[in-house]
Design a protein around this ligand. Structure first.
Ligand code: KG4
Ligand code: ZN
Length: 358
């Protein structure tokens, strides 16, 4: 039997310092031997958002300890590894440098392969850590910086069929939490307080809901939450607004997912199981999972969500992407420098900014 590859993954693209050791199982899935994530909630809480220089400093202070912890927990030494994979984009450049530099140094001195990894590809492939999934599949990637529908045709072959033209879904959750003063990080706190509210109490806008394919627009929704927050008289009003916001996001994503599923069926005409994968930090939201499971059933797709530990930023998904690329000899050499922008589909139009016509 072929040797099972073992990789160390490093993730420092935003406010999570993470390291993980992952071993392939040989059947398209992987065993996560350790998955260490140190989030910087305390550092950024008082600013209500991530401050890049503070994040970079925290990465520098923690990264060697986190990597050591990941190696210890996995009972592996650097000599046992087949390669090192680190996120080199997209993300905050000052933060990406920390993971890239240490990953590259360990690889150089340990005489191991180094693989630069696209953070979005890490999210895109994360559900196959635990599930056997065959290409092509439909992916909804919903995080703090990105919200996209993609057809994942193969490793390294992505077709974007929809994206947000303004705010990402996670960003809308974060901004709503900030407006309603619900605490940081925003997504989990909106979800928590929404449980105490009535989701039908406010009618909020669903921009471009019946046009522009499966592209999304959420800025108008956020602005309306801000406007309505001015008339809040009690905590109950606040919870009602949080619940109505979350329900509106669910309605938008249900509708847009249906459009994306029809597009997928048009583009991929084979009779095999159609998988719908949801990944990224927002995929941890229970109400969203429930609602997207319902639409999958209606549209005859098999819904697949990563476990919550693999939804938010983590290094297991980076190690796993590294292993898959190494197997296929896709070393990403040209993409080795860190970069703030790195789309999965290079051909996709850039749908942001004034004068945009949809
Ligand atoms: O993938 P991720 O950890 O980092 C990025 O790549 O951006 O996603 C973070 C985003 C944040 O906006 C956070 O508020 C959101 O995911 N998030 C959630 C939940 N947990 C995290 N949004 C809604 N409900 C949640 N339970
Ligand atoms: Zn992420």
């Amino acid at each position: 039997m072929e040797k099972k590859l073992t990789f160390l993954g490093i993730e420092t693209s935003c406010d999570e310092t993470a390291a993980s050791v992952v071993q392939e199982n040989g059947d398209g899935t992987a065993k996560v031997l350790s998955n260490i994530v140190s989030s910087q909630i305390k550092e950024h809480e008082k600013f209500g958002g991530v401050v890049p220089e503070i994040a970079a400093r925290a990465h520098v202070e923690n990264i060697d300890f986190i990597i050591q912890k990941a190696l210890d927990k996995s009972r592996k030494k650097i000599k046992d590894l087949d390669g090192i994979a680190a996120t080199t984009g997209p993300g905050l450049v000052v933060c990406l440098h920390v993971g890239y530099n240490i990953g590259k140094s360990i690889a150089t001195f340990g005489k191991k392969s180094f693989l630069p990894i696209n953070h979005l590809e890490g999210h895109a492939l994360s559900p196959s850590i635990e599930n056997k999934i065959s290409f092509p599949y439909l992916l909804l990637l919903v995080s703090g910086g990105h919200s996209q529908y993609l057809i994942v045709k193969d490793l390294n072959n992505y077709k974007q069929i929809g994206t947000t033209i303004d705010d990402a879904v996670g960003e809308a959750f974060d901004k709503t939490a900030k407006i309603l003063n619900l605490g940081y990080p925003g997504g989990p706190s909106v979800e928590k307080f929404a449980k105490l509210g009535n989701k039908n109490s406010y009618i909020l806008p669903q921009p471009i809901i019946n046009r522009a394919g499966c592209n999304l627009s959420l800025a108008g929704l956020k602005t309306d939450v801000l406007r309505k927050s001015k008339n809040i008289r009690s905590n109950q009003d606040k919870y009602n607004l949080a619940a109505s916001f979350q329900e509106t996001i669910n309605k938008i994503l249900r509708k847009k997912t249906e459009v994306a599923m029809n597009k997928f069926k048009e583009e991929v005409s084979n009779n095999s199981t159609k998988s719908f994968v949801v990944a990224g930090g927002v995929a941890a939201n229970e109400t969203l999972r429930k609602s997207l499971k319902e639409i999958s059933k209606k549209m005859s797709f098999k819904p697949i969500f990563p476990s919550k530990e693999f939804c938010g930023d983590n290094a297991a998904m980076i190690a796993w992407a590294g292993i898959q690329r190494y197997r296929k000899k896709l070393f990403n050499k040209k993409n080795e420098t860190v970069r703030s922008r790195w789309p999965l589909d290079k051909e996709a139009p850039f749908l942001k900014g004034p004068g945009l016509k949809l």
